[in-house]
Design a protein around this ligand. Structure first.
Ligand SMILES: C[S@@+](CC[C@H](N)C(=O)[O-])C[C@H]1O[C@@H](n2cnc3c(N)ncnc32)[C@H](O)[C@@H]1O
Length: 472
């Protein structure tokens, strides 16, 4: 739900480890070593048609094909020693101690510690790779406070604040851990590490690492671990990728190597594109620093709240809704949907592949029905499905969809601006993080509008069927 009242926390007031960047593709050093040559020299393979190039103004650098490449062609092969990993074999006890303080959901920080260590190390094996990394990132932890507020969407503001707070606390943790370390065992070569440099490392990893099979665990099974893949991580994202990552055993060394293979035929001058995952825009913005227009996986999060649903239902013209006081049999089904009971999960979503989260559809169908016998004829998966047409009757589904449409209207009204206002702000020439924040909130509102359109179509269809039945 949208809000602008959350207390902001941002890292922009902190001194960055590196000098400030202006261009989006600005790298750690002005003239980094040639990455393709380094990968090849280290025993990797890079298809001769591949080159690194600047792609548009906002996508940074990318890989492009200088000539047509047939489907199935090997494009890049990285031998086992090139990916950067944080493994249990790491010798540094301070790094391990710090890694243990990082919550699982911020896994990128763990590998980020290793990245910072290698960045600080004189003569690091990975320097040719690290020096090619972007100097700054467009993720919201680096937005000025005003632009964090400009996101206008509480669940994301919460995540941004959580990350900023973690980095500020972790900075203190790192300082405490380093205070007693002797200079020759300092994990960062004696360099000071602050929240800004930790944020740089976390963002470098979250925007570039892939989770692939890593070490074997005690049972001999390979576990997924995040890895930074030099050169491969120059590929930008698309939901219609022309390349994919494959892991296979190198027949010479018997070690795992990572490959990029052409998924489709690639035309001359086409960028090489991988799919980073079926993610919503919250993940794309938080982890990668960009937003996808008409993202089919974008969604908005709402709280299942009886009073709110009664208000929505009443506004939709549904008579005497009882979401605030469901009957005991309805309450029982709500507990089965985990929307009631001792530890309910009240977060429900609109948009994405499901259009309306199944638990919310089922809850509305059940609470807006007064007929316990009819409801008991169906299992939960039927009640949750929008593909099953009106299991509890046409009038029930019409009431459900109208309530959901009213809920969408309420959700839209929580945003302090309308899409028209946002678009005129963009036309006036908002730049950098302001533009990104505005694009993000426009997309959230578009998700709601698309859900409303979808539900309106369903109401129209059901109403025409209802009329036809009455007339017939
Ligand atoms: C794995 S890196 C790809 C290489 C990167 N472009 C560079 O300059 O190093 C991921 C980053 O590329 C950019 N990017 C990738 N795909 C994009 C897309 N479809 N639209 C906008 N930016 C994209 C984002 O900045 C993202 O954080």
């Amino acid at each position: 739900m949208a809000t602008s009242k959350t207390v902001m926390c941002s890292l922009t007031h902190l001194r960055p480890l590196t000098c400030a960047a202006s261009a989006s593709a600005s790298r750690i050093v002005p003239y980094p070593p040639d990455l393709i040559k380094w990968v090849t020299r280290e025993g990797g393979f890079v298809h001769r048609a591949l080159d690194i190039a600047q792609l548009g103004s906002s996508n940074g650098l990318g890989l492009v094909a200088k000539e047509p490449i047939p489907r199935g062609t090997d494009l890049i092969v990285l031998p086992h020693h090139l990916p950067l990993r944080f493994t249990t074999l790491e010798h540094d006890p301070v790094l391990h101690h710090l890694a243990r303080q990082i919550p699982e959901e911020l896994w990128a920080m763990k590998l980020g510690l290793k990245l910072l260590q290698e960045r600080a190390k004189v003569g690091s094996f990975w320097w040719p790779y690290i020096s090619n990394l972007p100097e700054t990132y467009t993720v919201p932890i680096f937005f000025p406070g005003e632009d964090i507020k400009n996101l206008h969407y509480a669940p994301l503001l919460h995540q941004v604040n959580k990350r900023c707070r973690f980095l500020l606390d972790f900075e203190q943790e790192v300082k405490r851990a380093l205070a007693s370390v002797k200079p020759d065992s300092h994990p960062f070569g004696g360099q000071e590490v602050d929240a800004s440099s930790l944020g740089w490392a976390m963002s470098a990893v979250s925007s570039r690492a892939f989770r692939l099979y890593g070490e074997k665990d005690q049972n001999g099974d390979r576990i997924h671990i995040p890895m930074m893949l030099p050169l491969i991580d120059m590929c930008n994202h698309s939901f219609n990728p022309n390349a994919r990552i494959v892991q296979e055993e190198d027949t010479d060394t018997m070690k795992m190597q990572v490959k990029v293979v052409a998924e489709t035929a690639i035309k001359e001058d086409d960028p090489l594109l991988l799919c980073y995952g079926c993610l919503n825009n919250d993940f794309f913005l938080l982890d990668y620093g960009f937003v996808i227009h008409s993202n089919p996986f974008d969604c908005i999060e709402l709280k299942y709240d009886g009073a709110l649903l009664d208000a929505a239902s009443t506004a939709a013209g549904v008579s005497s809704p009882n979401f605030s006081a469901p009957a005991p049999w309805q309450e029982l089904i709500l507990s089965q949907l985990n929307l009631s009971g001792e530890t309910p999960d009240l977060k429900v979503s609109l948009g994405g592949q499901e259009t309306v989260e199944g638990r919310l559809v089922a809850a509305l169908r059940v609470v807006l029905s007064s007929n316990v016998e009819t409801v008991q004829k169906y299992d939960l998966s039927t009640l949750k499905s929008l593909d099953v047409e009106a299991p509890l009757g046409v009038a029930n589904d019409i009431a459900v969809f109208r309530t959901l449409i009213a809920l969408c209207v309420i959700a839209l009204e929580h945003f302090p601006t309308k899409i028209m206002d946002d678009e005129s702000l963009l036309k006036q020439g908002a730049s950098g993080s302001t533009e990104l924040a505005i694009q993000y909130r426009i997309q959230k509102k578009c998700v709601i509008i698309d859900v409303m359109k979808n539900l309106s179509r369903r109401v129209k269809l059901l109403s025409s069927k209802e009329t036809a039945t009455a007339e017939g």
